[in-house]
Design a binder for this molecule. Structure first.
Ligand code: COA
Length: 185
């Protein structure tokens, strides 16, 4: 069955427990659903345990409301040696009107694992122009994501030892500690 099912779908109702202080579904809950649906799709494609390695281009377009039918659609758009890239759309359907709204979209990347190390996955090869374009976009997104990850990795670094953010954070932590716990001079 591995390497066969490229598209999959989760469907369920948005429940009161999913809601935030503003009465809409938590962004974190939507990310959990994306991760779960992506995990199921990745394990189904690879036949192996998989881990999430990256999420790219996530956008929260419209809110999801309690009682909406939530549809999480995953479509494989690229495979590497050990990685699988899925385009994910989260759609909210108002059951009374059948109106559907795109709530969130992103690309989520999973890596198949075997005994703690990345393992090969069945290759997906695009055969239509539309799929070739999707695969190219996934490749481009990966390059952009890597560049952004590189930028983010440097946010915590001090620009110089006395004025950087790490030094500031350390000063802040010291200031917040109770006097008895403060380091001795
Ligand atoms: C996933 C993990 C094993 C990859 O380890 P690694 O040392 O980077 O391994 P590799 O360099 O061999 O990369 C493995 C694959 O991941 C891909 N990858 C690694 N980092 C990536 C990133 N930031 N974005 C997209 N793909 C990435 C590589 O391109 C490679 O894909 P390929 O084999 O198809 O070319 C490691 O990063 C990890 O354990 N991460 C934590 C995962 C996790 O805890 N997830 C949350 C809970 S499930």
């Amino acid at each position: 069955m591995t390497g066969k099912q490229r598209e999959s779908e989760f469907r369920f109702l948005a429940e009161p427990a999913d809601v935030n202080f503003g009465g809409k579904v938590h962004g974190g809950m939507v990310m959990k659903w994306i991760d779960q649906a992506g995990y199921a799709a990745a394990v189904g494609w690879s036949g192996r345990y998989c881990v999430t390695v990256a999420v790219g281009g996530i956008q929260f377009v419209t809110p999801i409301l309690i009682g909406d039918l939530v549809i999480v659609r995953c479509k494989l758009i690229r495979t590497g040696r050990t990685s699988m890239h899925f385009a994910v759309d989260v759609v909210a359907r108002d059951l009374r009107t059948a109106e559907e709204r795109l709530a969130t979209s992103c690309v989520i990347v999973f890596v198949a694992m075997e005994e703690g190390t990345p393992a090969a996955v069945p290759a997906w090869r695009p055969t239509t122009d539309a799929d070739r374009r999707l695969a190219e976009r996934a490749q481009k997104l990966q390059e952009l994501s890597r560049a952004m990850e590189d930028q983010v990795a440097h946010f915590g670094e001090p620009t110089d030892p006395s004025s950087g953010s790490v030094a500031q954070a350390q000063r802040g932590l010291t200031a917040c500690r109770p006097k008895s716990a403060a380091p001795k001079p």
